[in-house]
Design a protein around this ligand. Structure first.
Ligand SMILES: O=C[C@H](O)COP(=O)(O)O
Length: 250
């Protein structure tokens, strides 16, 4: 059975006070009633204090990015070892904002994947098409290419440490969500591509999350689809009540 996951990507939100406040609100929620693994991805500066505050909790910590190099002259970057040393378990790789705003190519993302697995992180690998690509009916080709170029150098055995997050760019932060049927259609396709590359077993065991304007009022319907194993939540993860309602959708 696949792991069901609800992950909150805080993006560039929350100074330390705000982050600890949000965390305290989250710790008051009883996530044990949900079947989902809960992950939060705060900004770098909040990772260590949040880790210190999460020792008695089942909530797991992710970074939003990682640098592919071990150490050295990479001003402003954060290495795998630095993330490991502050208790990070997951890393998000290939978020559409990293691809679009920071020009992260499939090539660089592939290196980040390799570095992350070398350091025993679990990966949330993001893929998804832009609006014009969806309109041109290119979304299947785009996600396949992103998988082939960024992820498919990973061995079948290492795939147990990989979660895929499908996030149509046109649905991120826009209030526009893929319909549950649209999500199911492409998640099923992603699973088929995984089966062709690896095996049906690997495909069946890989969790595929949906991201893009997931809110408490639409989460249940989306998560009910057979190939949707959870969500990568942006805006709604900044509010403890909304995020916990989404977690409870499982
Ligand atoms: O990483 C999260 C996604 O970008 C979704 O963000 P959103 O829920 O604000 O649309």
């Amino acid at each position: 059975m696949r792991t069901q996951i609800v992950a909150g990507n805080w993006k560039m939100n929350c100074n330390l006070d705000e982050a600890l406040h949000l965390l305290n609100d989250l710790k008051l929620k009883d996530f044990s009633k949900s079947n989902a693994e809960v992950i939060i991805a705060p900004p770098y500066t909040n990772l260590y204090p949040i880790h210190q505050n999460l020792k008695d909790s089942s909530i797991k910590i992710s970074s939003q990015n990682i640098n592919e190099n071990e150490e050295g002259a990479f001003t402003g970057e954060i290495s795998p070892d630095m993330l490991k040393s502050v208790g990070v378990e997951y890393v998000i790789i290939g978020h559409s904002e990293r691809r679009a705003i920071y020009n992260e190519t499939n090539d660089v993302l592939a290196k980040k994947v390799t570095a992350s697995l070398k350091h025993d992180f679990k990966i949330m690998f993001c893929i998804g098409e832009k609006l014009e690509q969806r309109k041109a009916d290119k979304h299947f080709d785009i996600v396949k290419e992103q998988l082939e170029k960024g992820l498919f150098h990973v061995s079948a055995s290492d795939m147990k440490n990989v979660v895929i997050a499908y996030e149509p760019v046109w649905a991120i932060g826009t209030g526009e969500t893929a319909s549950p049927e649209q999500a199911q259609e492409i998640h099923e396709y992603i699973r088929k591509v995984l089966a062709e590359k690896y095996s049906q077993d690997v495909a069946d065991q890989t969790s595929i999350l949906y991201g893009g304007s997931v809110k408490p009022n639409n989460a249940k319907e989306i998560f009910a689809k057979k190939d949707v194993d959870g969500g990568l939540i942006g805006g709604a993860s900044l509010d403890a009540k909304s995020f916990s309602e989404i977690v409870m959708s499982f």
